[in-house]
Design a protein around this ligand. Sequence first.
Ligand code: PLP
Length: 349
Amino acid sequence: MRFGVVQKYRSFLPVNPGTPLITLGEGDTPLVQSTRIAREIGCDQLYFKLEGCNPTGSFKDRGMVMAVAKAIEEGSKAIICASTGNTSASAAAYAAHCGLAAAVVVPSGYVALGKLTQALMHGAQVLAIEGNFDQALQMVRTIVGRHPITLVNSLNPYRLEGQKTAAFEVVDALGAAPDYLFIPVGNAGNITAYWRGFVEYRRTGKSDSLPRMMGFEAEGAAAIVRGKPVAQPTTIATAIRIGNPASWRGAEQAREESGGLIDAIADDAIIEAYHLLANGEGLFVEPASAAGVAGLLKLARRGQDFSGKTVVCVLTGSGLKDPDTAMKTVPGMVAVPADVASIEKELGY
Ligand SMILES: *Cc1c(COP(=O)(O)O)cnc(C)c1O
C-alpha cells in the first residue's frame, strides 16, 4: 500500500481535517547512484532522482495531487491548466481519479506524443492553440477569473507545496542534504519548490545543511539567464520551452540564497546527456530531464571539482513520453532476413 505524498508529509503541507487524502501512488521515487557519469566526472557520490517513476511519468504528480485535493476541499468540480504536456497528463489523471472535469490548453505541435495521449486517454478536454505555452497560460488565467474552474498550473500555490516533498525524500534517503542539486528550469516552479523543501527541512531540524541549487534553462528559452523574457522560445526539450517563467523570482531567490547558479545549456548538450543517461546509466528520460545532467557535465569539463561532493540530479520525467525525439536521434534498427545465419553475420559471429 502506498500512501502518497499528501498523507506521508501532511505535517509539512496545507492539510486539514477537510482535505481528502487522495493518491495515485505518487512520490517515494528511487534515488539511484550513478555508474558511468560519476566515473567520467570523478564524483563518487552522484545520484539521480527518478521522477519519471511517478504515476503519470513526471514530478508534476507531486504538486497535482495537492492542488486537486485542495480543489475538492473547496468544492470545485473542474480544473484547467496550460501545459507543455506533463502538467496536462497529470491534471487529467488526477481529475479522472477524483471525478472532476479537466480542460488543458497546449501549444499545437509542441507537445510530446506520450503526454498528449495521456491527457486524451484520461478524458480531458484538450485544446491546442496556435501559440506557445506562455500565451496558453495567459489565456487560462483570464478564463479562471471569469468562470468557476480551478487553475492547476504552478501559479496555484498548492502545486509547489506538493512538489517540495521531493526535497524531503532526497534528504530522507541520503540522511543529509546533498552539496549540489542539479535541475532543469522551465517555468521555474520545481527549483522554487525544492529550495523551499530543503529550507523547511533544515528549519525543523531534519537536516543541518542546504544544497547549492544549480538550475539549467535551454539556451533558446533562457529568460532568467538573459534577464528578460524570450518572446519565441525554441528548444528540442519541449517541457522547458518557456519564455517567461511564472516562478522567475523564486528561481532567482533559490540561486541567491543557496550560492548556486542558473545557466543556459545548448540543445546539442542536452541531447548528449540524454543519450549518456540512456546508454551509459540505463536511465531513459525525456530531453528536458537531461538538462541538469548536461549542466553538470559542462561544469565538470570546465574544471569544477566535484570529488568528495554529494551531487543529486533531478530526472524530471520518463523518456517514454517522447518516442519521436528518441527515434530521431538513434541509429535505428537493422533489417535482416529471417534466418539464423543472417543474424549471426550481423552480430559479428
Ligand atoms: C515541467 C517540467 C520541467 C520544468 O519544470 P518547471 O517547474 O516548469 O521549471 C522539466 N522537466 C519535465 C519533464 C517537466 O515536466
